[in-house]
Write a new protein. Structure first.
Length: 180
């Protein structure tokens, strides 16, 4: 209980200090989603860190962490009473770790994967005229320009590879509340 109270104190203690830091959630379709931290670095750039698709268990473990540094472009003019609609784009990088036991792989041996990837992402946000400040964003993510991958299928030895232009275009739907 003390940890929960401490978490709420940390989240809400600076609620009206600067309102440039947000916590949020995201959904990227099919079986993907997670938590998100967003920091407005000024009127023209932002930092976004995504932590999602995580599963810790005895049969399999997944950990995903991505981050992006985006440049904001206020090209859509609207009445301030409905909010602002900046477009954004910038580099995005992250890592993915997956470990699957023999049981989770239908008895075909366990496997381990570790991926590093980099690409670009961009989208549009709607900063709502509310207190506390909130935004909803829709972004498209590019295929990874470069992906460094290590993998191991038991009982085979560990292998690794570098791939260029791997993956497909994806999307994320994000919701943020600026608490601190």
């Amino acid at each position: 209980m003390k940890k929960i109270v401490l978490l709420f104190v940390l989240l809400f203690s600076g609620a009206f200090a600067s309102n440039n830091n947000a916590l949020g959630v995201f959904w990227c379709g099919y079986d993907c989603g997670g938590l998100d931290y967003k920091r407005l670095m000024g009127s023209s750039n932002t930092l976004d860190i995504y932590f999602g698709g995580t599963e810790l268990g005895s049969k399999q473990t997944h950990i995903n962490l991505d981050g992006g540094y985006y440049f904001l472009f206020n090209v859509i003019k609207a009445d301030p009473s409905v909010g602002t609609f900046p477009l954004y784009a910038g580099p995005n990088a992250g890592f993915h770790f997956m470990s699957m036991s023999n049981k989770a792989n239908n008895g075909n041996g366990g496997s381990d994967h570790f991926d590093l990837g980099a690409g670009i992402a961009g989208g549009i946000s709607w900063f709502m005229p509310t207190t506390p400040k909130m935004d909803i964003s829709f972004e498209l993510t590019s295929p990874a320009f470069i992906q460094i991958q290590t993998y191991k299928y038991a009982p085979e030895p560990r292998d690794w590879g570098i791939k260029f232009f791997e993956g497909s275009i994806g999307f994320r739907l994000l919701f943020h509340v600026y608490f601190f």
